[in-house]
Design a protein around this ligand. Structure first.
Ligand code: AHR
Length: 324
């Protein structure tokens, strides 16, 4: 199976919003059968990540795509090595979810020199030459951070006096950490009383989220709210807050991102207060893009996943059939 030589010339420049909420029904018949796809995944840090990997494996099987999956254990150098192996193996398409935003230009140029199209998934790369990848499929992380901030603004609308917020950020340098922080900061500017008094790197894991939160509780009195960049960190924070003898969701409000089953269960129990969705079920959309790219069809430059947010009642309503 060879890729189309005029691929880049065929790209449709634009923004498309697509719904990623469904499970990975095989798109089928879109030209993916037998295509060799090299996919470099970030790691295994969160429930979101495990669901994303399963979704891609499942969709590849359904579409007849020959998937070479490499897990980078959160290390950019592992991703670089995997991508160079894909180039040496002359796969038809490379896809990857970059651990961090920067430092990809040389590698992307190597793929281009080899004539292999690259699809960026989940996390954006920061590059001066965006033609080095054919399309980007993933969430709008800035909007996710903004939704979290807007909930806090609304929640504290009638309160007078300072609201002390701590932020447990995602992996330093990653697109979701950078963009969620920015969206959140932008939203809480609407109320000068909302102040971030501490922030730390929770690396998107439950253990690190717990540790960072324990540090905040030791360093600050009167914390009102936590913005954790994913559910795992937020659930770690729940444990730290309980260990400190306080009630998560009551004494300290907690907002998270992902809307995994565990996150929504904690929200339904009242231990989290608001959860912004980030949908990991990107497999079928990725296989569809792979099929189009390898058959010279046009693809949008950016495919944004359609997402929502949950309060306690909304979480109770969907929990019974949450897929991740
Ligand atoms: O890139 C998506 C983020 O990475 C998810 O929010 C987080 O859970 C994951 O580890």
């Amino acid at each position: 199976m060879r890729r189309a030589p005029t691929l880049l010339a065929l790209l449709l420049v634009g923004l498309v919003t697509a719904c990623g909420g469904g499970e990975d029904a095989a798109p089928g018949g879109a030209g993916q059968d037998g295509v060799r796809l090299g996919f470099s995944q970030v790691g295994t840090e969160s429930a979101w990540r495990l669901a994303n990997t399963r979704s891609i494996e499942h969709a590849a099987t359904n579409a007849g795509v020959r998937l070479d999956l490499r897990i980078a254990d959160g290390k950019q150098e592992n991703q670089a090595a995997a991508i160079r192996e894909f180039i040496s193996a002359d796969v038809d398409v490379i896809a990857f979810s970059p651990v961090v935003e920067t430092g990809w230009d040389t590698l992307l140029q190597e793929a281009r020199d080899a004539g292999i199209p690259v699809i960026v998934t989940d996390r954006m790369v920061d590059t001066t030459d965006t033609s080095l990848f054919v399309t980007m499929l993933g969430s709008d992380f800035t909007a996710e951070g903004r939704k979290a901030g807007e909930w806090l603004v609304e929640h504290y609308r009638d309160r007078h006096g300072r609201v002390r917020i701590v932020e447990i950020e995602g992996t330093a340098g990653s697109a979701p950490a950078n963009q969620r922080r920015a969206g959140f900061a932008e939203a809480i500017k609407a109320d000068r009383d909302l102040q971030v008094i501490g922030s730390g790197d929770g690396d998107f894991t439950r253990a690190q989220g717990e540790q960072v939160m324990a540090g905040f509780l030791a360093a600050h009195t009167g914390i009102d709210a936590v913005f954790a960049h994913n559910d795992d960190e937020g659930l770690g924070a729940v444990e730290a807050i309980e260990a400190a003898g306080k009630r998560p969701g009551t004494d300290i409000k907690i907002i998270t991102v992902d809307a995994s089953r565990d996150g929504l269960a904690a929200l339904a129990e009242g231990r989290l207060n608001y959860v912004v969705e980030c949908n990991p079920l990107l497999g079928s959309q990725l296989m569809e893009l792979v099929g189009k790219v390898t058959t010279g069809q046009t693809v949008p430059r950016r495919v944004v996943v359609d997402e929502t947010a949950f309060d306690r009642e909304a979480a109770k309503a969907v929990l019974h059939n949450r897929q991740y």
